[in-house]
Design a protein around this ligand. Structure first.
Ligand code: SAM
Length: 436
């Protein structure tokens, strides 16, 4: 068996890069190594499915595995643990025919030159089939690291179960239509003509949900920017900030530019600065702007230290889509479950605080700053805003009562993962006193 022919082998290599190398699935799938794999489309899709599914279900399947092993695997047999979990995933989630799942999993152990594991893989997987083990929906409640479970239960009490179950589902592929260029119904008809089944999002006027994901190249209007790929929750930002014509706007954590593109398409003639500290991510933003045929001043720099990039012209509107734990998008990026650590939270909270404190100084009196995260942790959201309001006597919260998405919190609004099939998101809108 070689990597040239086998999607399971490819998935194994991808997962080992996540686990041992701390690399994200996106990073790996965009790497030269992955792009050079010679597999047909179907096998590549299966490889991705296995890698995503492994990450999504790792914590639940690894607990199941531990319970069925007579003795724990040695640290140096991490690859065998991954192989066994891949086998369990095929049996229990993909419902792969058991003979094929067992045989293919044995082959993987042999490809890793661990012939001793053949008996173990056989016995363990056949045992799961024999005992008719099924994966019920309550298993989703265990498909997270303990620290995430604890935090979500602490923050959301009775709602926690729903957040966890939705957070373990596959996300929809959602499109944003530039409603200045095309009418939603017409886009749905064009999609249908192209063989793509789609419907209006139940809550967000610019959003269309696809019944199943597809390649963007197949989407009519994508290459011209009539349609972009963006979760419905993320489509709330630009209309909510509501910049008037000629406004000076800063998109402070802008890359890869999903919300930058929406701001430019939604607001008339704004003067937009798009800032990010990552050059490689800014490159993606530039490509996005080119695709939608709009322009912005692209700045590289640290949002928390404006000295190096701020030109002294204060802003009317600032979007602060700060870096966060991404706990609201674990369904979309299940590798987060394996990559994030509880110890990341405190530094992230401090980083968010530094960024918004620095940005606040760049806002004109009467100007607006929209704070958002793709997190469902209160510390990054309503608690962050609460502390901000205490620190800044000139900050006033604009209550978001006249909207029908998410739920009102003591500060801001929270979309819990899966609510209206959206990603988990938080929005808090602030204005600076002293405007005319
Ligand atoms: C949540 S993502 C932004 C997503 C983006 N707004 C969009 O809609 O496509 C956060 C971004 O913040 C950037 N970032 C993190 N720390 C930063 C800092 N100190 N200064 C500027 N950008 C930063 C990251 O590189 C990342 O691109």
């Amino acid at each position: 068996m070689t990597n040239l022919t086998n999607p399971r082998w490819l998935a194994l290599q991808v997962i080992l890069q996540v686990i041992d190398g701390g690399r994200s699935l996106d990073e790996i799938f965009n790497s030269d190594w992955y792009q050079s794999q010679v597999l047909d489309k179907r096998d590549l899709a299966l490889g991705r499915e296995l890698a995503f599914g492994f990450c999504r279900w790792y914590f639940a399947l690894s607990a199941l595995l531990t319970g069925r092993l007579q003795k724990p695997l040695r640290a140096r047999d991490r690859d065998i643990e991954v192989i066994l979990i891949l086998g369990l995933y095929q049996l229990l989630v993909m419902n792969t025919e058991s003979h094929a799942a067992v045989n293919e999993t044995v082959k993987l152990a042999l490809a890793q030159k661990k012939a001793w594991a053949k008996g173990l893989v056989n016995a363990l997987l056949r045992g799961v089939v024999r005992d008719k083990i099924k994966l019920d929906s309550s298993m989703a409640l265990h498909a997270y690291p303990d620290w995430v479970l604890t935090r979500i239960r602490r923050d959301w009490g009775e709602q926690a179960e729903q957040v966890l179950i939705h957070g373990n589902c596959r996300p929809p592929m959602t499109l944003r239509v530039d409603t200045r260029q095309a009418e939603i119904g017409a886009v749905i008809n064009q999609l249908s003509a192209a063989g793509i089944d789609a419907s209006r999002h139940v809550r967000i006027a610019s959003a269309i949900e696809l019944s199943s994901p597809c390649d963007v190249k197949q989407i009519p209007g994508f290459s011209r920017g009539v349609v972009s790929v963006q979760d419905a929750a993320a489509q709330i930002a630009a209309p909510l900030l509501g910049c008037s014509a000629q406004a000076r706007v800063l998109d402070a954590c802008a890359a890869p530019g999903g919300k930058t593109a929406h701001l430019l398409q939604h607001c008339d003639n704004i003067k937009l600065d798009a800032l990010d500290h990552s050059e490689s991510r800014l490159e993606k933003l530039r490509q996005n702007l080119e695709r939608i045929n709009k322009s912005a001043r692209v700045l590289i720099g640290d949002a928390a230290s404006p000295g190096s990039w701020f030109d002294g012209n204060y802003y009317d509107c600032i979007l602060a889509d700060v870096p966060c734990t991404a706990s609201g998008v674990m369904r979309r990026h299940p590798d987060i479950k394996l990559l994030r650590r509880e110890s990341d939270i405190m530094p992230l909270l401090a980083h968010q605080r530094k960024i918004i404190d620095a940005l606040w100084r760049l806002l004109k009196p009467g100007g607006k700053m929209l704070y958002c995260t793709c997190s469902v942790f209160k510390d990054e959201n309503e608690n962050q805003i609460s502390k901000f309001l205490e620190r800044h006597a000139d900050s006033i919260e604009i209550k978001l009562n006249d909207v029908d998405w998410g739920e009102a919190r003591p500060h801001g609004r929270q979309i819990l993962t899966g609510s209206d099939n959206m990603d988990g998101f938080f929005y808090g809108l602030l204005t600076k006193s002293g405007g005319t």
